[in-house]
Design a protein around this ligand. Structure first.
Ligand SMILES: [Zn+2]
Length: 156
């Protein structure tokens, strides 16, 4: 059990590095090099990002932007985004580098939905947003998704 609560980390940015250091990354531990709490916001206002690796077999760094703490309402929502979404990207990058952004996002959003039963405090707004995002990428054509990924500052 963490000694620093999510509530404390939301309130006080100076606690975030220690808070992240105590998180159990569960089945995604072996794919994640480290968690990095960014002091600045992402150009595309994303909340968290997994750095794509250019080769398989490498662990990823996951960046957590300040607005993740401002957006996610509780620890279950935070872990859903961190482990079930970004951790899934890290696993995919580790196993086989795949530049298919559409496929990566579909797998990550689907993995979040599959794990909702384990994270009962994920709110309705959060669950609906996750389902909407899955739908968005499912309907997007692969070329459109690639364009999105190559846009400056875009993070997945
Ligand atoms: Zn993603």
């Amino acid at each position: 059990m963490s000694s620093i609560s999510y509530k404390d980390a939301r309130r006080d940015p100076s606690l975030r590095l220690a808070f992240l250091g105590e998180i159990d990354l569960e089945d995604k531990t072996k794919y994640i090099e480290s968690l990095y709490p960014s002091q600045t916001y992402a150009p595309d206002n994303c909340l968290m990002a997994c750095t794509p690796r250019m080769s398989y077999g490498l662990t990823s760094i996951i960046t957590i932007y300040p607005n993740a703490f401002e957006t996610f309402q509780n620890m279950d929502e935070f872990l859903s985004a961190l482990i079930d979404h970004e951790g899934k990207h890290a696993e995919d990058f580790f196993n086989d580098f795949n530049p298919d952004v559409r496929g990566l996002e579909i797998r990550a959003y689907q993995n979040q939905i599959d794990n909702f039963p384990r994270r009962p405090n994920c709110g309705e707004f959060f669950r609906n947003k996750t389902r909407e995002n899955l739908e968005l990428f499912t309907q997007m054509n692969p070329a459109e998704a690639m364009l999105l990924a190559t846009r400056e500052g875009f993070t997945i």
